[in-house]
Design a protein around this ligand. Structure first.
Ligand SMILES: [Ca+2]
Ligand SMILES: [Ca+2]
Ligand SMILES: [Ca+2]
Length: 215
């Protein structure tokens, strides 16, 4: 009888361990709630944007321009692991559909607007309505979804910089679900589970658990 109890409890423990390790983590942040927004990247209003606001370098359709201004977010990563980013975006045309993206410390502290390093070039999927796009790098040989492997929990810095003006960003979604399929990664706008956790996390353990979601 005792052995049986031991076996059962061991099995339950193992099951719990496996379940916990497969818990997914994600969070959504309003683009306009960046810790720092540098001109000419500005916050603008749109009734269809999440929380009614988005960021962009203002511009007109089908014209050039860009290359100046950026936004930066401090993001607390709850555990070592590999993460992907999605953006809720609106991009009218081929003249308004790209950003530069660096996420430190995986990416270097590099000013991609200055270096024009294509590793950090995000080719935004165009479309006249708000839609989700996984952040990619748009290289000469094609466009590939990006992922970032952080070796430890802690503070990270995401910078999204203007490449072409009029490219609009509403929400950033961070997830350890690396599926390239929107239906599986389930990018979403911020909800109550994001609201109770500030970008700069204080009680790390509590926040980590608050962010863990069973899928
Ligand atoms: Ca433009
Ligand atoms: Ca373009
Ligand atoms: Ca927004």
């Amino acid at each position: 009888m005792r052995l049986r109890t031991l076996i059962i409890s061991t099995t339950i423990c193992l099951f719990l361990l496996i379940s916990i390790s497969s818990f997914a983590w994600d969070r959504a942040i309003e683009a306009e709630k960046a810790g720092r927004i540098e001109d000419p990247m500005i916050i603008a209003d749109d009734a269809k944007a999440s929380d009614g606001k988005f960021i962009w370098m203002e511009g007109k359709p089908a014209t050039g321009g860009g290359g100046k201004g950026w936004a930066e977010w401090t993001i607390q990563i709850p555990k070592a692991g590999t993460y992907a980013l999605w953006g809720r975006v609106l991009a009218w045309d081929g003249n308004s559909d790209s950003f530069w993206v660096t996420w430190q410390p995986v990416d270097p502290n590099e000013d991609a607007q200055a270096t024009q390093n294509k590793q950090f070039r995000w080719g935004v999927e165009s479309g006249p309505e708000w839609h989700w796009d996984r952040i990619n790098h748009w290289l000469d040989e094609g466009t590939f979804d990006r992922k970032w492997k952080f070796n430890q929990a802690g503070k990270t810095t995401l910078r999204i910089a203007v490449r072409e003006d009029a490219t609009m960003l509403d929400v950033i979604f961070i997830t350890d679900n690396l599926s390239e399929e929107e239906a599986e990664a389930k990018p979403r706008t911020p909800n109550a589970s994001d609201a109770d956790v500030p970008v700069e996390v204080k009680g790390k353990l509590t926040s980590t658990w608050a962010q863990i979601k069973n899928r």
